[in-house]
Every structure is written in structure tokens, then in C-alpha cells.
Design a protein around this ligand. Sequence first.
Ligand SMILES: NC(=O)c1ccc[n+]([C@@H]2O[C@H](COP(=O)([O-])OP(=O)(O)OC[C@H]3O[C@@H](n4cnc5c(N)ncnc54)[C@H](O)[C@@H]3O)[C@@H](O)[C@H]2O)c1
Ligand SMILES: C[N+](C)(C)CC=O
Length: 511
Amino acid sequence: MLILQMKQFVQKKLYKWSEWTLESKQMYINGKWVPAQSGNIREIINPYNREVVAIVPEADREDVRYAIRSARKAFDRGEWPHTPAADRGKKLFQVAERIDQNNEELARLESLDTGKTLVESRADMEDIANVFRYFAGLADKDGGEAVEPPIPDAVSKVVREPVGVCGMITPWNYPLLQAAWKLAPALAAGCTMVLKPSEITPLTSLKIAELMDEVGFPDGVVNVVTGPGASVGAELSESDQVDLISFTGGIETGKTIMRAAANNVKKIALELGGKNPNVIFADSDFETTVDYALNAVYFHAGQVCSAGARLIVEESLHDQLVEELVKRVKRIKLGNGFDASTQMGPLISEEHRAKVEKYIEIGKKEGARLLIGGKRPEGPEFEKGFFVEPTIFDGCDASMRIVQEETFGPILTIETFRTEEEAVCLANDSIYGLAGAIWTQDLSRAERVSRQLRMGTVWINDFHPYFPQAPWGGYKQSGIGRELGKTGLEEYTEQKHIFHNLNPQPMNWFK
Ligand SMILES: NC(=O)c1ccc[n+]([C@@H]2O[C@H](COP(=O)([O-])OP(=O)(O)OC[C@H]3O[C@@H](n4cnc5c(N)ncnc54)[C@H](O)[C@@H]3O)[C@@H](O)[C@H]2O)c1
Ligand SMILES: C[N+](C)(C)CC=O
């Protein structure tokens, strides 16, 4: 990505997309819109056609330190942590309203930034508003808990308090949604924060800062700093002024952040990758299963942490299922996310496409049978975008890298099983444990297998649903902690036990 020097960084109109005019934004620190102190900027491009859609500040460690100091001051000396929880909830309801009112603009920004279809982005914005509403409602529901002390004349209670200054680092595939999963509970809990969106998709994070600014949070409570992981993200993870780091992204970055966080024993929440099994028994409803198997893996061009990239099918159903999948994959329409007929957009970047293509080569070398796809689509419409065709590899086994590693692209691998036990073994044979699905009409088998799968979410006869009321997160190397649900709020709190002696008397221990 091109980084330009521009000492006098000013807001300027840059780009028109279907009569949609974008203005480039500065970043949001201590309640003000500011450029990077260095004056550095970055061009943000549309992965469909490589056009520059915005210019944003390219922050460095100095800018983050300023943001952290602002968040620290707002936490240590500001009113937000002590604002009644019900009032914090009201503010979050107002943010949800603003998101609803700006749904279309936010969705368009997200699609411009990521290449995902507008339909997907609109759905994301609805989800995001609901996340704010959920945590708004939850903000004042935990008034603490009375504990029965084993000591006479005393009362004992356990209360929750905000954890402090939170560093939030988010990925490019669901830029605003992943930010919302952190911002909403952290605000509900009374924390202050510095959000660092992915450097290649910062637009909706900047837009939500604008909406929050309109709603009016005290200066320094919410800060959004745009810049690269190696400096801005690293500073957040290393800083001894940050109490918690909440990260969503790749496993290797997660390990780096974990090591950096050890510096001051900060709390960490990690939402990492997945290589998610989609287990299909022969008694499943064929039509629904095929339909969902495609959506599971090719939604957002496979750039989903919970993508159903490992199809594990009962041997007796294999041929029929594979034939139907190939037939339908041929019909998937690739293109511009802004076209209503587009079903799959481009990958996020040249670099990421190269990674996905490398995996296709690895799959071929490993001896997997390439049934369809495996290359770039042809035609003038696809010349500039980072497209790869939806791809299916059959004849796969657990020893292959394309089965074990997260390709984060439109690649489906197919393995077969004969027994329920074998299906469970294959599904669990992964360093990851984020999510997975089982398809069967045998209800007792569905219940049994769902309990044997070592992953944070198991879908039975479905794929992909997630919503604010249920926790989200991974077993094994898919992460630490949970977002959403009640646990998603608790992550941003510390528990405190307060013991009150109602009848203090001399103890005379050292008399
Ligand atoms: N579990 C989940 O809920 C979930 C959700 C979405 C995405 N993901 C995962 O995210 C990954 C894709 O996203 P990505 O490519 O943006 O991931 P990534 O790890 O490359 O980057 C994620 C974020 O970390 C920052 N970063 C990079 N290096 C850093 C460093 N040294 N210190 C601090 N921050 C640093 C990046 O700038 C970015 O903001 C996939 O593995 C996907 O599975 C997981
Ligand atoms: C968590 N989720 C499914 C919204 C996005 C994963 O990439």
C-alpha cells in the first residue's frame, strides 16, 4: 500500500461511487479529528478495481501514545467509568440509532473497503446496531452479588468494575462488525479505549467515531487510530498504560500480541482463525445441505473466520453431493459487490490473493483432485480486481496442508467418513476450534456429536448464525475468551470482593 508524505493533511473530497461522494477523514483522538503527527498518509483502495477510495492518516507509535494517554486520563480522572450504567446504556442506544440512520452510507463504505457485496454489508450494519442495542440493555443488569460470609456481623458482596484502558485491534474482513463486538461491551462496562482498525479497511471505524462524536462521549473515552500493525498495533500491545488488549485476527499475530502483552501482564482476549468442519451425514436433507455447504465456504469469498472450508461427508453420499456442488459452483456469479446480481466479490488484496493461489498450488502438489476453479476468472470485468474462482478439492485427507491451514479464500476441501466416530475424529483433527456444523436428521446423533466437537460454536442443520445474545470464540488455538453474550461484557470488567465488618473489635493477636 502506497504511503505518501503530506505535511498539510486536510479533509478533501476524493471519490465518487454511484453518486456517493467520500471525504477522507482524519483520525479521532481525545475528542478531536487529527492527522498523523508525522503527516504520513495512506491510500485506501477498492479491491474490485484498485481505485483509491480514501486517504487516511498513517499513524505511528507517537500517535498511539497520545491516544493511550487520552484514554488513560479519561479513565483515571474522567467521569465515564463512574457514569451510572443505565446512562451508559442510553448512550449506546443512541449509537445504535445513528447506525440505523446511517446504514446505507456505512454499508457502502464497508463494501468499498472490503469488496464484499452490498447485501452482506447492509446485513452487517443491522447486526452491528443490534450489538449496540444488546449491550445497551445489558449495561445496568449486573448490580453485583451478595455473598454469605462465614463470619458473623459482616456483609460481603462481589461487584464488577471496568477493566480500564482497552486496546482493540481488528481485521479487514468484517471491519466494523469486529470493532462493534469490542466497542459496545467496553463502553457498557465503563472502559475507555483505543481502536486500531486494519490499516487497509479503516473507513467504517472512522465513520463510527464520527457517529459517537455526535452522540457525545467524554473526550478520550473513544479513540480511533489508523495505521499499521507493526507499529500502532505493537505499541498498543506493549504499552504498560493499557489494561486489556482485545484482538481479532490471524493466529501468528495473536501469538505476537500475547507475547507483547506479557510485558505488563495485561489481560488479553484473542479471536483468531479457524478451519471449520462441515460434517454431512447421509441422512441429511439433501437440498438444504448442498445449499448451505456452498454458503458456508464461499460467503464473502471464503474470507470468514468461521467459513465451512472442510467438508466432511459420509462416503455413501459423496458422489451425489460432489456432483451437485460442482454443478452449482459453476453458476456462482463473481463481480462488483455493488451489482445486485453479484454473489461473490474479490479477495481483499493482491498479497492475499497470492496467498490463496499458493494454497491452490500446494493442494495440487499434495495430490488433492482439483474439481473446479483453482484460477482467476477471465474477462474484462475481472482484470483489476483480486478475484479467484470458487475452488473445490476432492480426495483430501487430514495430512494435507490445504486441510489443516486456514486459506481464508474460496477453497473447499472434501474428506469422507464411514462411521460417526470417524466423522468426529476428522472434524476435531485441527489446531483450531472455532466453529463447525453437523447435518443429520437423527436428533440423538446430532446432540451426541455436537457435544463431542471441540469448538466454540456448533451448528446443527445450519451454518454461520451468530447473534449478540450468544457467546462467540474459539477452543484450542482459535483464541482466548469470548465476545458477545453476557461473557462478552464480563471480559471488560474486573471482579471485586468487598467485605464489610459490621462490628469491628480488637483482635489481640499481637497483644
Ligand atoms: N475469531 C474471529 O471471530 C475472527 C473474526 C474475523 C477474523 N478473524 C481472523 O482474522 C484473520 C484475517 O484478518 P487479518 O489478515 O486482518 O489478520 P492480521 O492478524 O494480519 O491483522 C489483524 C490486525 O492485527 C494488526 N497487526 C498486525 N501485526 C500486528 C502486530 N505485530 N501487533 C499488533 N497488531 C498487529 C493488523 O494491522 C490488523 O489490524 C483470519 O485469520 C481470520 O480467521 C477471526
Ligand atoms: C465472527 N464473524 C463470523 C462475524 C466473522 C469472522 O470472520
